[in-house]
Design a protein around this ligand. Structure first.
Ligand SMILES: Nc1ncnc2c1ncn2[C@@H]1O[C@H](COP(=O)(O)OP(=O)(O)OP(=O)(O)O)[C@@H](O)[C@H]1O
Length: 646
């Protein structure tokens, strides 16, 4: 049994329905240690035969047997492994990867072996020394002469220590001096016990080998042994795998560096979209924070006011439907996270303050409760029993120049109420001013106890018309309590309504969120533009790298690795765009906040860790999605066509 056997190989090409028979039944046996030259006229099918032997073409009739095992039954992955492990290709036009250095070109093949990185590098250097290129390892292919390029290709072909070297016109592009050197190297390879099969037009080249096979009219016309074969080498001990993800990442980076300017522009373009989204979100956080800060500085978010949900008609008929009872209070107290329920009373009009000759009619009076934040009291303190808290506006009615001077002063409070017989009764009490509240903090207020005492003094019963429900812990506990209160029904109608700023803040935040998301979505349109840009660039990259794809496939890289190569490139575009976008956004944040701090004393831009993570993830995801089609196209490219791509 020979090492490699070709059995009745037939191959035709079709143009429409027309069949062109290229190989018409080739039977050949090869052994390790042979240096076989295949001679034949141009167009005679030599390259076609080489592609079949090399596992690049599996669309033929007949059989190729390696150590008696047919390649026919091999899966695509097994053929990849066959090319990696058993075959080393050398081409007439060298087929080196132009953006990789000499050393890297050899390393590509070695990266598909199980050797450690150090061992790979040592072996690459050793092989380059063997072909006499130690001093040229850092050069790029376009900095080498033809003969040097072919020597790199030989070093690369030997990298994974394959048993068979296929050289398709290896000296076709070389002068006689270089031809001689390359032939010597090929002869050394055969002397090492490997099988060297070379295709040539030249009788001189053919005479150099141990055997000449002539191909004419798709058949073997002559098979001559010139000298005995060298002793066969033992089996290759290097094991291989396809290009690992780490290797494709590195190759993608190398390629991006090679096309630096173009990739930089793409990254800047893609970053603009991500940057806008992050910026919008940061601004949203800031605006929301600022509004909440302004509101919460005067109002306690953990307290909500609850009133009966009654219609204007019910209110007008003066019924006691508006009143809240002990039962209502118990109900609120039983809700989870409720800390306290305070009775409250609210009246519009009918209330007056008097001091000496000066008077002030109060638009609104509501009993002091926990929705009013202590720090909205600008001077003095919250009212106790027998005291009153004035808004700055009301205090100014008694002392225009210095409203704060009203603190500690006595003032007469009068209020007209209806008794149970619907007769008007005037409540009157001298109260001490406890403090002055900010102008926009709500109503002038007294405590419920103070009001109750006034009612008692006139034998009128006071019933609360709102209650303040104080909620424990975080402001997040507020919403579930509100929801619970809103869920009580009288008939089909909700029993209670919630008033007070706590409820409004929640609604306001929802609107701000909505506005921010709409703005971010508009900014997101530029992400779509980025995605299209990345798709176009990757398609260009696929066409530019078609030859490289063919080379990698010939070296044994799987379709999956080719796909990964473009996904890796997209990954880096996404990652670098995101980094650039984040850096830009943070810089803008510093500038915007220094301006807003001096204006409104608040950092208006608040980019969160979540916003940054979102930006990075969305950038990478979009880039990878954009790579789907180009990477798929690259993986589907036919290796033979890719290799002959100009
Ligand atoms: N993909 C293809 N589709 C159609 N015909 C093809 C294809 N590839 C090769 N052929 C034809 O098959 C024949 C053999 O081509 P092949 O490249 O194998 O010849 P060759 O002996 O290597 O030629 P040369 O010495 O000029 O390189 C040629 O006539 C060529 O036109």
């Amino acid at each position: 049994m020979s090492y490699l056997e070709l059995r009745d190989i037939r191959k035709s090409y079709y143009l429409g329905n027309e069949e062109f028979k290229v190989l018409k039944g080739i039977n050949l046996n090869f052994d390790r240690g042979e240096f076989v030259s295949i001679l034949g006229e141009s167009g005679g099918g030599k390259s076609t035969l080489m592609n079949i032997i090399g596992g690049l073409d599996s669309n033929y009739e007949g059989d190729v047997l390696l150590k008696g095992e047919s390649l026919r039954h091999d899966t695509a992955k097994q053929l990849d492994a066959y090319r990696r492990q058993t075959i080393g290709f050398i081409f007439q036009n060298f087929n080196l990867i132009s953006h990789l250095t000499v050393l890297q070109n050899v390393m590509v093949s070695l990266e598909m072996t199980t050797l450690s990185h150090k061992e790979q590098e040592d072996r690459a250097k050793e092989l380059l020394a063997k072909v006499g290129l130690t001093d040229h390892m850092k050069k790029f292919p376009n900095q080498l002469s033809g003969g040097q390029k072919q020597r790199v290709a030989i070093a690369r072909a030997l990298a994974s220590d394959p048993e068979i070297i296929i050289a398709d016109e290896p000296t076709g592009a070389l002068d006689s001096e270089n031809t001689k050197e390359i032939l010597q190297l090929l002869d050394e390879i055969a002397a090492d016990g490997k099988l060297v099969i070379t295709v040539t037009h030249s009788q001189t080249v053919a005479d150099y080998g141990t055997r000449i096979v002539r191909l004419a009219d798709g058949q073997i016309s002559e098979d001559t042994t010139l000298k005995p074969a060298y002793p066969a080498a033992s089996d290759n001990e290097l094991t291989t795998h396809t290009l690992r993800f780490g290797a494709t990442l590195k190759m993608a980076l190398d390629n991006m560096r090679y096309n630096f300017k173009r990739n930089l522009l793409i990254i800047i373009g893609a970053a603009i979209g991500i940057f806008s989204v992050i910026l919008m979100q940061g601004l949203g956080n800031g605006v929301q924070g600022y509004i909440n800060h302004e509101i919460y500085s005067q109002i306690n978010p953990n307290a909500v006011q609850v009133a009966k949900n009654i219609s204007a008609d019910e209110l007008a008929d003066g019924s006691n439907k508006v009143n809240l009872t002990d039962k209502d209070q118990q109900r609120f107290e039983s809700i989870k996270n409720v800390k306290d329920v305070q009775k409250g009373y609210y009246v519009q009009g009918g209330t007056r303050l008097q001091r000496g000759k000066k008077t002030a009619n109060l638009q609104i009076m509501q009993t002091y409760n926990d929705t009013i934040k202590k720090n909205s009291i600008k001077k003095g303190s919250a009212p106790k029993t027998g005291e009153i808290l004035l808004t700055k506006e009301n205090a100014q009615k008694f002392n225009k120049q210095d409203p704060n001077a009203m603190i500690g002063k006595k003032i007469v409070y009068t209020q007209t109420v209806m008794n149970s017989k619907k007769q008007p009764v005037q409540l009157k009490k001298m109260l001490k001013v406890s403090g002055i509240a900010a102008a926009n903090s709500g109503a002038t207020s007294i405590t419920y106890d103070t009001l109750n005492q006034m009612y008692d003094a006139k034998n009128v019963k006071l019933a609360p018309n709102f209650m303040t429900v104080v909620i424990k812990g975080n402001a997040k506990n507020v919403k579930p309590v509100q929801t619970q209160i809103k869920s009580y029904k009288t008939g089909k109608k909700a029993t209670y309504t919630i008033t007070g700023a706590g409820a409004i803040v929640d609604t306001l935040n929802t609107y701000i969120d909505l506005a921010v998301n709409v703005l971010a979505a508009i900014a997101g349109i530029s992400l779509l533009v980025s995605a299209i840009m990345i798709i176009v660039v990757l398609y260009i990259s696929v066409s530019e790298r078609t030859k490289e794809i063919g080379i990698l496939r010939a070296l044994g890289a799987s379709k999956g690795s080719i796909r990964n190569l473009f996904f890796s490139e997209a990954f880096f575009i996404g990652l670098f765009s995101a980094i650039l976008a984040v850096v830009l956004a943070l810089l803008i944040q510093v500038g915007a906040n220094s301006l807003s701090q001096s204006g409104i004393h608040y950092a208006i831009m608040q980019i969160s860790g979540g916003n940054i993570a979102f930006g990075v993830i969305i950038s990478i995801v979009i880039s990878l999605l954009a790579a789907l089609a180009p990477a798929g196209r690259a993986a589907r490219l036919d290796p033979i066509e890719s290799l002959s791509y100009e």
